[in-house]
Write a protein that binds this ligand. Structure first.
Ligand SMILES: Nc1nc2c(c(=O)[nH]1)N[C@H]1C(S)=C(S)[C@@H](COP(=O)(O)OP(=O)(O)OC[C@H]3O[C@@H](n4cnc5c(N)ncnc54)[C@H](O)[C@@H]3O)O[C@H]1N2
Ligand code: MOO
Length: 398
C-alpha cells in the first residue's frame, strides 16, 4: 500500500481511515426530552397501537352510516379521554369531539357544520358524510404494537422523537455525547474583539468551529489559543481529556508548523497527513491516547471545509450515525468551470434559481466569499472543463 504520509490521500480513503480510528461506542439511555439531534443506538419498536381505538377526526355526531339521511335522537356525548359508555341503536346519535372514541354501534362522523340540532333531535343540514367510516381514524392507522418505527443509527429528529413517545417509550438508547476539545495555534492570533497589532489578526476558527458543531451532540472543551512553541503545544496535548481533539493551524510544512511534532511528542500516532483536497490539503488524523485527533489547516476557509468534511462526519460517526457523510445533490452550472487538478476541489459558490456560480476568488483565506457562499461545488480530481448548463455536484451550506 502507498505510504499515506508521502502521497496525497484520496478523500474516500481519508474518510475510511478516519472512521477506523473511532473507539467502540459508549451507549446510554436518555429521556426523550434530552435526545433531540442524537442518533439511536437501538431499533425502536412500538409498545402500543395508535390510535388505540377508532377515534373521531372531527367535531360532530357519531352515527350509523346506514341511518342517513336521519333524523336521529342524541343520547349522549363522547369527548377525548372520556368516551360514551352505552351502546348506540339504530336512529340514535352521540355528540362527539375530535380525538374522542367512536361509541360502539356507530361507524361514521357527521360534522357539526352539516347538522341541525333541536334539543335531542338531530337532522341532516347539508350533504352529509359521503361514505361509511367518514371522519373516523381507525385503530392502528398510525402504527400497531410491535411495528419497527426507528432503526438504529437514524437521527432523532423532532418527528421521530414524538413517534417514539407516542409508541409508549419515555427514554431511548443513544451514544454518549462526544467531548470535543478545540484549540487554535498561532503566535499571530488574538481573541476576537481584542486590540489587533500590525502583525496580528483576530482568531476566528474556534468560534466558527463551535458554530459549525452547534446542532451536534457534543460537549465542547475550549483549550484557547496556543503559541507556536512545541513545548507549550506538547504540554497542552498531553493534558487533553476528550473523545476528539481538533486543532487549527500549524498543520503545514513551515518552520512554525509544529502541531504534528508536538502531537507525536505527546504520544500521538498520526495515521494520515495531507489529503488530495482543496482547500484542506494539510489535514492530519490520528490517535492521542483515548482520543481521535484531527489537525485542521489554519486558513479559515480550509478550516471551515475540513470541519464540514471531517469533524462533523466523525462526530456523527462517534455519535452512532449510520450515514455520517454530508449529502451532495446536483445543480446546473450558470457559468463554465476550468478543468480540475489532482485534488478534489470544493469551490465556494452561490445558487440562484437552481443555477450555481462559483465565486471568482477561491483563496482559502477569504472569509467574505465564504460568508456569501450558499453551497460548495464539488469537483472530482481531474474533472474536465465544464460548460454552462452542465450538471455539477453541490454541497449545500446551512
Ligand atoms: N511550502 C508549502 N506551504 C504551504 C503548503 C504546502 O503544501 N507547502 N500548504 C498550504 C496550504 S494548502 C495551507 S491550507 C496552509 C495551511 O497551513 P497551516 O495549517 O500551517 O496554517 P497556518 O500557517 O497556521 O495559518 C494559515 C493562515 O491562516 C491564519 N490562521 C491560522 N489560524 C487561524 C485562526 N484560528 N483564526 C484565523 N486565522 C487563522 C494564519 O494567520 C495564516 O494566515 O499552508 C500552506 N502553505
Ligand atoms: O489546501 Mo489549503 O487548504 O489551499 O488552503
Amino acid at each position: 500500500m502507498a505510504d499515506p504520509m508521502a502521497a496525497l490521500l484520496p478523500l474516500s480513503d481519508a474518510w475510511s481511515r478516519l472512521f477506523a480510528l473511532a473507539p467502540p461506542p459508549a451507549i446510554e439511555r436518555v429521556s426523550l426530552i434530552d435526545a433531540a439531534g442524537r442518533w439511536t443506538a437501538d431499533d425502536v419498536r412500538a409498545l402500543r397501537t395508535q390510535p388505540s381505538a377508532d377515534l373521531s377526526a372531527m367535531d360532530g355526531y357519531a352515527i350509523r352510516f346506514a341511518d342517513l339521511p336521519g333524523p336521529w335522537r342524541v343520547i349522549g356525548e363522547s369527548a377525548a379521554g372520556r368516551g360514551f359508555a352505552g351502546a348506540v341503536n339504530p336512529g340514535e346519535a352521540v355528540r362527539i369531539f375530535t380525538g374522542a372514541p367512536l361509541p360502539p354501534g356507530t361507524d361514521t362522523v357527521m360534522v357539526q357544520e352539516e347538522a341541525a340540532r333541536d334539543g335531542d333531535v338531530l337532522r341532516l343540514d347539508g350533504e352529509g358524510p359521503a361514505m361509511h367510516g367518514r371522519n373516523v381514524r381507525r385503530r392502528g392507522l398510525d402504527f400497531s404494537e410491535s411495528d419497527w418505527l426507528v432503526r438504529s443509527g437514524e437521527r432523532l429528529t423532532p418527528a421521530r422523537l414524538a413517534l417514539i413517545g407516542a409508541a409508549g417509550h419515555g427514554s431511548v438508547a443513544v451514544h454518549r455525547k462526544v467531548r470535543v476539545a478545540i484549540v487554535a495555534t498561532g503566535d499571530e492570533l488574538v481573541a476576537p474583539g481584542a486590540p489587533v497589532g500590525a502583525t496580528q489578526l483576530p482568531e476566528t476558527n474556534r468560534l466558527m468551529l463551535a458554530a459549525q458543531l452547534a446542532d451536534l451532540p457534543v460537549t465542547l472543551v475550549d483549550l484557547g489559543i496556543l503559541p507556536d512553541r512545541r513545548d507549550a503545544l506538547e504540554a497542552a496535548f498531553r493534558a487533553v481529556d476528550a473523545d476528539l481533539l481538533v486543532t487549527s493551524g500549524g498543520a503545514s510544512v513551515g518552520d512554525h508548523d509544529l502541531v504534528r511534532p508536538a502531537l507525536e511528542a505527546a504520544g500521538a500516532v498520526i495515521d494520515f497527513w495531507k489529503i488530495a483536497l482543496r482547500p484542506g490539503k494539510p489535514v492530519m488524523a490520528g490517535r492521542l491516547g483515548g482520543a481521535v485527533v484531527l489537525g485542521l489547516p489554519g486558513n479559515p476557509v480550509s478550516a471551515f471545509v475540513t470541519t464540514l468534511l471531517f469533524v462533523r462526519p466523525l462526530i456523527a460517526h462517534l455519535a452512532g450515525a449510520a450515514d455520517p457523510l454530508p449529502r451532495t445533490r446536483t445543480a446546473t452550472l450558470a457559468e463554465p468551470l476550468g478543468a480540475n487538478g489532482e485534488r478534489t476541489d470544493y469551490l465556494r459558490a452561490e445558487l440562484h434559481d437552481g443555477r450555481v456560480t462559483a465565486s471568482t476568488l477561491q483563496d482559502s483565506a477569504m472569509l467574505r466569499t465564504l460568508a456569501r457562499a450558499t453551497c460548495l461545488i464539488v469537483r472530482e480530481p481531474h474533472a474536465p472543463a465544464a460548460h454552462a448548463g452542465d450538471s455539477v455536484e453541490i454541497l449545500d451550506l446551512a
